[in-house]
Design a protein around this ligand. Structure first.
Ligand SMILES: [Zn+2]
Length: 75
């Protein structure tokens, strides 16, 4: 019945992460608009789908949406 929903996106709580992790994710960014790394982001929102987790925020420099994919180490 849910075949049409190819990728179901579920919001997660970014602020449930440790302060250290939050800081890292907010600092380690790539902005497609500025074409620069580590400009930083504000207003982070975290999401997950079946295959991936990512954080969306606004670039500190230009205000455009910047996305950071999170690679969880499952070792
Ligand atoms: Zn930017």
């Amino acid at each position: 019945m849910t075949e049409l929903l190819e990728e179901q996106v579920v919001p997660r709580d970014f602020y449930a992460r440790s302060a250290e992790e939050q800081e890292d994710f907010l600092a380690q960014t790539w902005c497609n608009h500025c074409q620069e790394i580590d400009l930083g982001m504000v207003n982070p929102k975290e999401f997950e789908s079946k295959d991936r987790i990512w954080i969306e925020g606004e670039c500190v420099k230009c205000g455009n949406t910047t996305v950071t994919e999170i690679v969880e180490d499952d070792e």
